[in-house]
Each structure stands twice: as C-alpha cells, then as structure tokens.
Design a protein. Sequence first.
Length: 220
Amino acid sequence: MSSRVAIEFLGESGLLLRVADDDEARANRRIHALARRLPGKAPAAVTELVPAYASLAVLFDGGPDPSATRTALRAWLEREAAVVDDVAGTAQRVHRLKVRYGGDDGPDLQAVADHAGLDPGEVVARHCAPTYTVAMLGFAPGFPYLLGLDPALAMPRLDAPRASVPAGSVALAGTQAGIYPQAGPGGWRLLGRTDAVLFDPARTPPVLLAPGDQLRFEPA
C-alpha cells in the first residue's frame, strides 16, 4: 500500500509535509529520500529542509509576495512527493558502535530481561542482532531515535526519570532504541554505554549520526 502525503502550513514561512503509512519504517524512508532529493531541486526561496520521524519541514523566504511564494512551493512539493513513493531508501553511512552492556553502564539490563522473559545474555544478543535506522535526531543535540528494535525487548520507560543519565548511554523506550549524547535527565531503560561521541560542537559536522544512517551495536 502506498503511503499518504499531506502538506500543511507551518507559520507564515514554512510548509510541513507529513507521511502517513501503516509501515512506519516505509514512511521514514520516504521522508529521508525526499530530504536527499530536494536540496538540488529546491527553488531559490527555500532556506532550510528539516526531516523528522514522518514529516519534512520546508522553510522559505517569502519575498515581496509571501502568499504567492507559498502557493508555488506547495505545488512544487506536491510534485516532488509524488515522484518519491514507496522507496527502499539507501543509507548514507553504516556505523558500528561498541557497547559495554550491564553493570553500572546498563543498570536496567536485568529489568528488561525479566520483562521479556529472557536472560541478560539473550537481551544483549537480540539488541545487537538488528541493523537499526536513524529515524530522526531530537530531544537533545545528536540524540538518535532508532528503528529496528526487536519487539521482544519493548518495555515502557521508567515511571520516574533519572536525574542524570551518563553520556553514551544506550537505551530503549517502548519500541524504540536510542543513545544519550550528553549527560542529563532521562527516563529510557539503560542497557549499556558506548564511548562514541555523538555530539561535538567543535566537529564538522557536530553530530556523528544523521537521519537515514544505519547502525549496528556490538558488545565491547
């Protein structure tokens, strides 16, 4: 089944394209295929493209006639969205991150194992088995929302968030996996920790992972 596209206004100088699909991974692939295709085809008025989980924000400079610019850009976006449909998508990069599972680095590993009816070693094996896709970055600079978690590991987030989660903590919440780029509060279940630096403002680009990238976890 094809995904469904809707385009709505985003303030006076933006449009928001949303993709609805029963297959969330397919919707995400379509968004990132558009995000890769549009920069080379965008009219001069477009100032920024911001892909998210199942939406793409198109920001623009309206010039002397913002209404006409918005109408023209909406028609352009509709044409481009019609071309990019049900794509398989190609990851820009593949990352492999070493993770220290359990212990102080993964204080929730046993709780996830108990919830799933598995032993901790099986949780680690199932967590490392998939190739994850970076669906979007959000919550904190460089924080990746990852598609691909084994459904058997799905578990609600903590009832009360921790006041401080160490940088590099590899976590899950619901059916998603993620990694905390910086130390800070958080309510996801912590399985382990990586030494990879996900966000460094002195680096170009500052983020290690980008939407559309693929990721594999490996036990350290």
